[in-house]
Write a protein that binds this ligand. Structure first.
Ligand SMILES: O=C(CO)[C@H](O)[C@H](O)COP(=O)(O)O
Length: 207
């Protein structure tokens, strides 16, 4: 299982510092949606330039204009981009078209999708690399939210998936047991007093 670090920060400078500390322990460096909205495509280019050996993941959360948005992010240096699972099929197909042109990939984020296993199967058939079983920051704060639902949905989907939203040192072993290809951790790493040590702890929990 790969480890993805979601850098939910607002400046390229802060992201470069986080990436430098965590890179030895992670496989995928994710530019969070707020970072891309704050700094634009130049942040993607800066992270890829500093870490050419890492998979750079641009969390665009595209909802429309799939081909155009994916094309500009791949052009800036992204290896993977996200499109929302609630977007229309044509938006996902558009992003996949751009990915094929660049030799890169599309991840479909199932945040907010009611029947995640069913939509997961559909978007993999449209050409997505894998889906993200994702509970957003707001959903995690809702009453009754349980992380176990994400794992069950991943297992039920029968397709390659990542898990995002609340992954930490206590939960990452369960993510692996559920069969995820990728565990995504944001605040468990970037909020830690020692970012490198937090990333190393998560890496050590993966067998
Ligand atoms: O994409 C996101 C929010 O939309 C986050 O990066 C992702 O959910 C990681 O969350 P956490 O900080 O709980 O690990």
């Amino acid at each position: 299982m790969k480890l993805q670090f979601a850098m939910d920060t607002l400046t390229t400078e802060a992201a470069l510092d986080l990436a430098a500390a965590a890179a030895p322990h992670v496989d995928i460096l994710e530019l969070g949606t707020p970072l891309i909205k704050s700094e634009g495509l130049s942040a993607i280019t800066a992270i890829k330039k500093a870490h050419p050996d890492k998979i750079v993941f641009a969390d665009l959360k595209t909802m429309d204009a799939g081909e155009l948005e994916a094309d500009i992010a791949f052009g800036a240096g992204a290896d993977l981009v996200t499109v929302l699972g609630s977007a229309g099929d044509s938006t996902i197909v558009g992003a996949v078209t751009a990915a094929k042109k660049h030799g890169k990939g599309v991840v479909v984020d199932l945040i907010g999708v009611a029947d995640k296993p069913a939509r997961a199967k559909e978007v993999i058939a449209l050409g997505a690399e894998f889906v993200e079983m994702h509970a957003g920051l707001d959903e995690q704060a809702e009453e009754g939210f349980t992380f176990a639902t994400l794992l069950r949905d991943g297992e039920a989907s029968g397709v390659p998936f990542s898990v995002a939203g609340g992954v930490n040192a206590s939960s990452i072993a369960d993510v692996q047991k559920a069969g995820a290809q990728v565990a995504v951790a944001g605040s468990a790493i970037y909020s830690a007093p020692d970012v490198g040590a937090a990333a190393a702890e998560l890496r050590a929990a993966i067998v």
